[in-house]
Write a protein that binds this ligand. Structure first.
Ligand code: FES
Length: 152
């Protein structure tokens, strides 16, 4: 982790006040490092005089924030009702099988992280899997491997 980068991000917010400031700051750190390193949380706590526990509470609440390193590509498999009845669980099983990891884990080469979500708002396309910002709808277990191989 680069402490200078964290300091620069904190600088953007140190003079501001308000409830949403800490959330914005954490989102910027998340975007910069692709996760929230513990050292960055301590740095924020010391500079802004905010308890570490408060920062962890926020970071744990928002799904877009990660307290563990995540892969270059984030895979989200929908298991909401519509996707569930159309085979979402089989899609998740296939992803786990292809990558040899379980949900919420990251491959050892840091390429993929897998998560399950409850609805992505496009139920008519179910079952749906999202890789980064790419929506793959009406997918089958056969297509999963092909989709995963298309990412560097
Ligand atoms: S249930 Fe999967 S997109 Fe809505």
């Amino acid at each position: 982790m680069n402490q200078e980068k964290v300091d620069k991000i904190i600088d953007r917010y140190s003079a501001k006040e308000g409830k949403g400031i800490l959330i914005q700051l954490l989102l910027d750190i998340q975007n910069e490092f692709n996760w929230l390193p513990g050292e960055a949380i301590v740095q924020i706590s010391e500079r802004l005089q905010v308890p570490v526990s408060q920062i962890y509470r926020i970071a744990s609440f928002y799904k877009v924030m990660s307290l563990a390193p995540i892969g270059r590509h984030l895979i989200q498999v929908c298991l909401g009702t519509a996707c569930h009845v159309r085979g979402g669980p089989k899609i998740l099983d296939k992803v786990e099988e292809c990558l040899k990891i379980k949900t919420d884990e990251t491959t050892s080469d840091m390429k993929f992280t897998v998560r399950r979500v409850n609805c992505l708002g496009c139920c008519a396309l179910g079952p749906v899997m999202v890789v980064d910002n790419d929506y793959h709808g009406k997918i089958t277990t056969v297509k999963v491997k092909e989709i995963l191989e298309s990412y560097d």
